[in-house]
Design a binder for this molecule. Sequence first.
Ligand code: NCD
Length: 331
Amino acid sequence: MGDLHVMRDDLRPPAPPPKRHLISIGDLSREDVERLLATARTFERSLEREMKKLPTLRGRLVINVFYESSTRTSSSFELAAKRLSADTMSIKASGSAVDKGESLKDTAITLGAYDPDVIVLRHPHIGAPQLVARVTEARIVNAGDGKHQHPTQALLDLYTIQEQLGRIEGLHVAIVGDVLHSRVARSNIQALVLLGARVTLVGPPPLIPRGIEAMGCETTTDIDAIGAADIVYVLRMQQERMQEGANYVPSLREYTARWGVTPERLRPGQKVMHPGPMNRGVEIDPLVADAADALIETQVRAGLVVRMAVLYDLLTTGPKAVTAEVPVEVA
Ligand code: NCD
């Protein structure tokens, strides 16, 4: 009898790996981040070949659902899925049944009927990714939920820093501007602190959330503080997220005069980053944006390989993956 039990257990198919999502940088350990960055590096090498498509996710379905406008994030997720041979579909809120008042839950259930492996979601409300995770079987990648999180942006920024400066640990990053409305800032603070960087937030007091130091960063209103940083990370003034009537800054002109990142405020050799889209002449001087030390285009390129790594990781490996074994044979 006992033997039979053993037999049954042996014959039972192995338990499927736990369903995982990427909703917040808080979902990741340092080891997870390092594995993702290493996988992205492997994919970057694979893209140097003439034949850029890998068969890795053939037969998988990745659906991108964007309820807010996006250029970089949506295009790079789509291309990332295609480069890995997955089938892709992109749904934009405008032009879909969302225009007819369909709720996020019903849209998610509808898309869930196609059995997608991954749903990439951008939505103006915090918590939208968790809702979709509850009503579908898909793995969810948060491509931005309100002011909360944008984890793949932080990962591509870490990748850019690691590739350009050779390390993250011990570097000093100044994040300048509209932290209050920025999911990019929140994700980046968490990610940079996790990897041992020092983070200083710089901006007008109404745009620096009270108590944010609890995330492990410093804050200052003094723009000259950026001079001490290795990297100056400029945030967009996110006017569409500012409450009407609230006076965050006296005027954009005054903001630019006091906190705009200009050549005079930078040291030679300081690296400058921006998640895009930029308001040239507001938070960043065009001369800074176009200078050789700006890593803004490099960030966009990193977005592709990092999103390939995220899709690959969610669908094939998991925490114990050996990244050196990423298959690179052509389709
Ligand atoms: C960011 C976003 O949407 O949060 N953009 C992006 O993903 N590249 C930053 C922003 O909109 O300012």
